[in-house]
Ligand binder design. Structure first.
Ligand code: THU
Length: 165
């Protein structure tokens, strides 16, 4: 029996260290949290996907009283992107999350963002992976106020993934 080692290299940086285009993608993901419908969790997630045609598509989590009927920001973004542009590769995705820390959620907008990078759930990784398998690597930028993680691909977030049957 032998060990097999799976390694994921994550780049960590601050917002100011990002290239302006990536800052813009992160800003778009942060803005997308405002489009979240999250009356149950009050956890507002935004995603922004940069497409190969230069367009940025936003997504936000959409909840429902019948809980499983809702969907995450990442899946709303990639499904929207693919429904709008079925043949255009996705190049990058940025993700941010905002929570209501105060009774008036509008009073302190910046403070509501998560300190640490928010990472997509397993179902969203699986959904994104399939677009990546079709079109090539999708860089993943996970926003936190204190640090940002950059991963080279969705696959690096989901090793040993199920891709075909
Ligand atoms: N959520 C996302 O939108 N993306 C994630 O990566 C994790 C969780 C949403 C689902 C639900 O609406 C809320 O956050 C709390 O789980």
């Amino acid at each position: 029996m032998k060990d097999k080692v799976i390694t994921t290299v994550i780049k960590e940086c601050s917002y100011s260290e990002l290239e302006p285009k990536d800052q813009y993608l992160v800003d778009t993901a942060k803005n997308a949290t405002k489009n979240s419908y999250a009356p149950y969790s009050r956890f507002h997630v935004g995603a922004a996907i940069l497409l190969d045609n230069g367009e940025i598509v936003m997504g936000a989590n959409q909840e429902n009283a019948a809980y499983p009927s809702g969907t995450c920001a990442e899946r709303s973004a990639c499904f929207y992107a693919s429904a709008k542009y079925p043949d255009v590769p996705m190049k990058k995705i940025a993700i941010a999350a905002w929570t209501a820390l105060h009774t008036d959620p509008q009073s302190d907008y910046e403070s509501g963002f998560q300190h640490h990078p928010i990472s997509p759930c397993g179902a969203c990784r699986q959904a994104l992976l399939e677009y990546e398998a079709r079109y090539g690597d999708i860089e993943v930028i996970l926003y936190g106020k204190d640090s940002i993680y950059i991963l080279p691909s969705v696959k690096s977030l989901l090793p040993l993934s199920f891709t075909e049957f």
